[in-house]
Design a protein around this ligand. Sequence first.
Ligand SMILES: Cc1cc2nc3c(=O)[nH]c(=O)nc-3n(C[C@H](O)[C@H](O)[C@H](O)COP(=O)(O)OP(=O)(O)OC[C@H]3O[C@@H](n4cnc5c(N)ncnc54)[C@H](O)[C@@H]3O)c2cc1C
Ligand code: SF4
Ligand code: SF4
Length: 393
Amino acid sequence: MRLFENKKECFGCGACANICPKNAIFMMPDEQGFLYPKINEELCVNCNLCKMSCQIQNENEVKNDGAVKCYGFKNEDIIRMKSSSGGAYTAISDKILFQGGACYGSVFTDSNDVIFQKARTKCERDLFLGSKYVQSDIRNSYFDIGVELKNQERVLFTGTPCQVAGLKQFLKAKKISMEHLITIDLLCHGVPSPKLWKDYIRFLEKKNRGKVMGYSFRDKEHGWSGYHIKVEYDNGLVECDSREDLIFTSLFSMDLILRPTCYKCPYSCKERCGDITIGDYWGIHQVDQDFADEKGISLIIVNNKKGNQVMKDVLDNPLYTWKEYPYNYVSQPNLTYPTLKNLVTDLFWMQYRKKGFLWIVQKYSGYNNSFINRMERSIVFRIHSWRNKRREK
Ligand SMILES: Cc1cc2nc3c(=O)[nH]c(=O)nc-3n(C[C@H](O)[C@H](O)[C@H](O)COP(=O)(O)OP(=O)(O)OC[C@H]3O[C@@H](n4cnc5c(N)ncnc54)[C@H](O)[C@@H]3O)c2cc1C
Ligand code: SF4
Ligand code: SF4
């Protein structure tokens, strides 16, 4: 049994592992820490369900036709300060929880892995707030959602487009009705390596002699538009944007550490697979002064009738500020094409394998300030920016 010809095609959604009736598929990390399915041939009975649930084999079956509506959105300030953008996610999930539904989203575990979890209360849901720029492990979520939908329960699933596509394909293969399912896909630049993330957390913990208890990729104390990092340790230390803190986002922003599929992502387009898409509404302050602040503005794109009905209920709340805009006010690159692979990505991973985390960090992240390192990094950065700009034209 083979699920793909080339491993680089696999999104690591885990639909195949969730559907296998014999538990013959395990999601195993590769040398970059990304999960891929491994089939235990002795347990496999060739039922073909894994293939039917796989989005590679059933390309584009789960996409919508295109945007129906597009909004700029602000939640209350207290919520926005805890969220990465304008708190659209909290507004939508509040509604689902109020109606007695379950929400699935991503959390940091005690050991700082990023995984999917279910929430039934606001308290549990609040753990999902804030973007974690690491690929999140689906675990058994698709299976659990299938059980809930069969019991006619309302479920809100939020994840990257390939995770939403994985869920929908899984439900299709299991012939489970999606009537009570609402899906939100995130506008997605790509997901960084979980292995590099854990190396980095260990590095921070060693350097600061404490355990990382809280990590924010988008701390807003110093504004929304730059990405600010805040790290809290069990020894009482709280750091913001220190040289060490910036290592991971620096590698992320150079497009060196994404899952290989992200550089060829079929979901970087306007035909979305979620009922609703949410992201940052970059640039909206330039056309509308009502949205000119530094606490974060959400972009909400409604992709189909179901999404439209949900948003009608959500927006009917005087605590929120929102406006509808024409779709052409949106300039997000990942709605048009996938993230460009940095020319040195393969070299980066080869050097990581041979020389280790500290070596590549010193070479590529700007952590080591030696003249040669600064020059090399600046050249790599400029070439990548130039290629990105050329593509925009
Ligand atoms: C890996 C990644 C890449 C992104 N790239 C872009 C981009 O290029 N452009 C853009 O405009 N927006 C991007 N976003 C979305 C943006 O960062 C916000 O998550 C989104 O705007 C929602 O913000 P919010 O204020 O409504 O809610 P928040 O409270 O900030 O959003 C939290 C939601 O995001 C989910 N989430 C957090 N981390 C993950 C994860 N690792 N995997 C799956 N779900 C997760 C949570 O479960 C929750 O549902 C990205 C998000 C992620 C996770
Ligand atoms: S179902 Fe998902 S994890 Fe399994 S092979 Fe297909 S894309 Fe990869
Ligand atoms: S960029 Fe595409 S392949 Fe990568 S995580 Fe996002 S949706 Fe999945």
